[in-house]
Design a binder for this molecule. Structure first.
Ligand SMILES: Cc1cc2nc3c(=O)[nH]c(=O)nc-3n(C[C@H](O)[C@H](O)[C@H](O)COP(=O)(O)OP(=O)(O)OC[C@H]3O[C@@H](n4cnc5c(N)ncnc54)[C@H](O)[C@@H]3O)c2cc1C
Length: 387
């Protein structure tokens, strides 16, 4: 039977990131297998994140920005990002770069099969696929099946971040490429969080996205209708071509994804809880996680590392999710006050979980208190009742 040191299930963002980090570490001589049921060669998504650090993927950043824009009916903000840069990586470039680099290492292999089961046998893990069996010392599993994920949890919240975007090309030069439009709340909220998001690639090309944070998806035609109206009425663009579309669903939950699926199996990626519950951003957190896993393997020959004690962010996420769930439309006002009353670096550091208690207090005292007071009661009561 084929034996490996490490088997990575799923060669998407988390699986390929981990393999890429392993390949550039002292563990590049380990025998590694990546199993994915699909070939990764399409530009199936774009990844954005902000950071004040360099990353292993800076050379494939497609576009980066140093300014952001925030809009709601009664407030407009144009702000420089100072130390931060907002970066975008195209899925197709990421897959090409990681697969080519890993492909040069004779110890690393990739196979395209669907994993059916994993089972721990004698300190190893037996993996069965549709056509083969493999043994590994350690398994990193990035499968996440949202359709089988229990969304009715008394103790936790579950919403979806769902969005549809069009890459449009215009005849006139209409986009300001110096800034991203991170939030444009000038749209009817319903009972959910709804906003538009724009990434301008050139004066005549941009990704325009309609995003919702809600419990249910909307009809396909509604995304299209909203995009069409926004481009026509708010952007005042009449002549354009749709060059590409992007649709995505990211779970937004404070459910505690266990990292240990067994003594020798570690969950990674979305299924390992790497998406920030209240924003859905996962790419940068996956890079940090991959680096920590490799560091832990190098130091102690096992991947589970002590995560920093981020209890306060877990509480903030739960409170924000509770508000989104209960009264999604109030997020527009909360975010407006947040962006109005704080320097942008403070807001972005908070969303990246790198603030301290004092700055958290400043942020909390800058937003309307009522929705939070009700959610504090809901969150703590529901947890007490379940425990
Ligand atoms: C359209 C879209 C845009 C996004 N944009 C951003 C963004 O801008 N910024 C950000 O931070 N996050 C973003 N995210 C969220 C997150 O970064 C991505 O979802 C990311 O791809 C998650 O990585 P992953 O490895 O957990 O999952 P995936 O990348 O989906 O990888 C999982 C892999 O497992 C494979 N697999 C599944 N089942 C099996 C099986 N049985 N056997 C073998 N292989 C299997 C799949 O084929 C897949 O390749 C976005 C998500 C989507 C969907």
């Amino acid at each position: 039977m084929n034996q490996y040191d490490y088997i990575i299930i799923g060669g998407g963002c988390a699986g390929l990131s981990l393999a890429y980090h392993l390949n550039s570490s002292t563990l590049s001589n380990k025998k590694v297998l990546i199993i994915d049921k699909e070939q990764k060669n399409k530009n199936d998504r774009t990844w954005c994140f902000w950071t004040d650090q360099s990353t292993k993927f800076d050379h494939i950043v497609y576009k980066s920005w140093k300014n952001i824009e925030f809009l709601s009916e009664n407030f407009v903000l144009n702000a420089p990002l100072h130390n931060f840069t907002y970066k975008m990586i195209r899925g197709a470039d990421f897959y090409k770069e990681t697969l080519q680099t890993i492909g040069q290492n004779p110890n690393f292999h990739i196979t395209h099969e669907a994993v059916i089961s994993t089972e721990e046998v004698d300190n190893k893990v037996l993996i069965k696929t549709s056509s083969q069996e493999y043994l590994a010392h350690w398994v990193f599993d990035s499968r996440f099946d949202s359709t089988n994920f229990c969304t009715e949890m008394p103790e936790n919240h579950y919403l979806m971040q769902h969005f549809k975007g069009w890459v449009i090309e215009t005849e006139e030069k209409v986009f300001d490429t110096s800034k991203i439009r991170m939030f444009d709340f000038r749209t009817e909220q319903g009972k959910e969080v709804r906003f538009f998001y724009i990434l301008p690639f050139s004066p005549t090309e941009a990704l325009v996205e309609y995003t919702l944070f809600s419990k249910y998806l909307i009809a396909e035609e509604e995304y299209d209708e909203k995009l069409k109206n926004y481009i026509h009425h708010q952007l005042q663009i009449d002549k354009y071509q749709i060059k590409d579309t992007e649709f995505g669903i990211i779970p937004m939950t404070d459910y505690k994804f266990g990292r240990k699926k067994g003594r020798k199996i570690m969950k990674i990626g979305i299924g390992g809880g790497r998406a920030k519950p209240s924003t859905g951003y996962a790419f940068y957190r996956i890079q940090q996680d991959s680096a920590q896993i490799v560091k832990s393997l190098e130091a102690s020959e096992q991947p589970f590392y002590r995560q920093k004690n981020d209890k306060q962010y877990q509480i903030y996420d739960a409170l924000i999710l509770n508000i989104m769930n209960r009264k999604g439309e109030s997020i527009k006002e909360i975010f407006t006050e947040l962006f109005k009353n704080n320097p942008i670096e403070r807001v972005l550091s908070f969303l990246n979980e790198s603030t301290n208690i004092y700055t958290d207090f400043l942020l909390m005292s800058s937003v309307p208190p009522m929705p939070f007071l009700k959610s504090i009661k809901n969150v703590f009561l529901s947890r007490k009742l379940v425990k």
